[in-house]
Design a protein around this ligand. Sequence first.
Ligand SMILES: Cc1cc2nc3c(=O)[nH]c(=O)nc-3n(C[C@H](O)[C@H](O)[C@H](O)COP(=O)(O)OP(=O)(O)OC[C@H]3O[C@@H](n4cnc5c(N)ncnc54)[C@H](O)[C@@H]3O)c2cc1C
Length: 418
Amino acid sequence: MKGQRTGRIGTVAILGAGPAASTLGVLLARTGLRVVLFHRPKRAPLLVGESLVPAIIPMLRLLGVEGQVRHFSMLKPGATFNISAAVNFSFPFEQLRGSMPRYAYNVPRDRFDDTLLEAARQAGANVIETAARVERVEGADRVRLHPDTLAAAGDCLPGPPDLIVDATGRARVLPNLLDIPSRSGRRKDTALFAHVDRTQLDHEGHVHTSRLDRGWSWRIPLPGRVSVGMVMGSEFLPKFGTSPEEQFDNLMRQDSVLREVAGDAKRLTPVMQYSNYQLVSSRVIGDNWVLVGDTAGFIDPVFSNGLFIGMHSAMALADAIREGTQPALRRYEREVIHHLETWHEIVDYFYDGRLFTCFHVGQMLRDTLLVKLTFSHVNKHLGRIFSGAASTSPYSVGLLRFAMKHGLMTDFAVLAKA
Ligand SMILES: Cc1cc2nc3c(=O)[nH]c(=O)nc-3n(C[C@H](O)[C@H](O)[C@H](O)COP(=O)(O)OP(=O)(O)OC[C@H]3O[C@@H](n4cnc5c(N)ncnc54)[C@H](O)[C@@H]3O)c2cc1C
């Protein structure tokens, strides 16, 4: 985190009050900026994004909320992947090296979001309980708050803010208003998710990622329940029913993997549905506006890193706003797009099978000299990428790229001779 503010931005309106918005709200209010968060109080019965990665822990400490989060969450000591009979492994965070915490949490999202928002309030941010409306300024790359929204802020915003930050998540208020193009990912998936009373788990607290007959699923243990998600190509779902509830319940009974691990589970909540969520905005800043969190882009749920990416971008944005210059904001834009594109690439390695083929072959050949020399080094850096610690490190990501390109060929060559 950089020091005191030096630029010209004195008042900031943040649209939304999710984790990215609240993180930004805390950091800006602490440096004396006038900050207003517009919070739409009505929320869906369940919020997605319940499993954290270890790299979020230092952020929770910085925001002063880790103790509270620990109190209502489930400790997450690692991640387990059930990919096939041959590829079935766990990654305990204990194996992480360096200063990164060796745990994370699985969080009930409503309480997590409320805790962060309260931290923003305590830091001095003003929270206005209303959905924000914005308008485009004709002939300029600018936006303004709708008069009703500005009026709702009352004395908290005596005039138009210097900067408007869109943190509205998948609602993407400014990208929709300004027709900002975005790059969609290759996957056209739908995710269904709900809470159930229990499922089988290989390791307590671990997020479990399992390959299904079609697609994949997550199991996230929470206090007193388990979050179950199913992700698959949207075209396959109608065969399981017409409503999300019917599809979810039938998949639990009919998919061979889910039947085994959760066949007798009782669903406790309605089923939520998300479709086609992989996208990256082509622009993240304008003359008087900025995007942060999911509004800027979201990649994929498979590595549980959406909150990490969103909160990380909020921290980078806080630095840029304190500096308050266009070059600082442009640097923020480059960093955010680069981070999202890097994750896009990593997620592609998961879906095209390269990541696990490489891992599997490495395991099979772990007694060979080549693998003995390289495996633990590569493994250490992969762990750092997936925990979030090194997802922006050129060395770790470069090593992953190298392993995916050359390591796989070497592995197959060795395998062919074996
Ligand atoms: C299927 C799926 C599974 C996922 N699983 C994980 C996971 O396990 N771990 C993880 O870290 N991430 C996960 N994610 C990603 C995670 O949910 C998001 O990255 C995270 O919630 C982004 O936070 P945010 O603050 O940017 O947006 P949000 O959390 O979406 O917050 C945006 C807020 O803005 C509000 N809003 C919208 N419009 C307005 C308006 N006009 N005025 C005022 N407020 C408004 C919304 O009500 C909301 O409160 C998953 C995502 C999907 C799709």
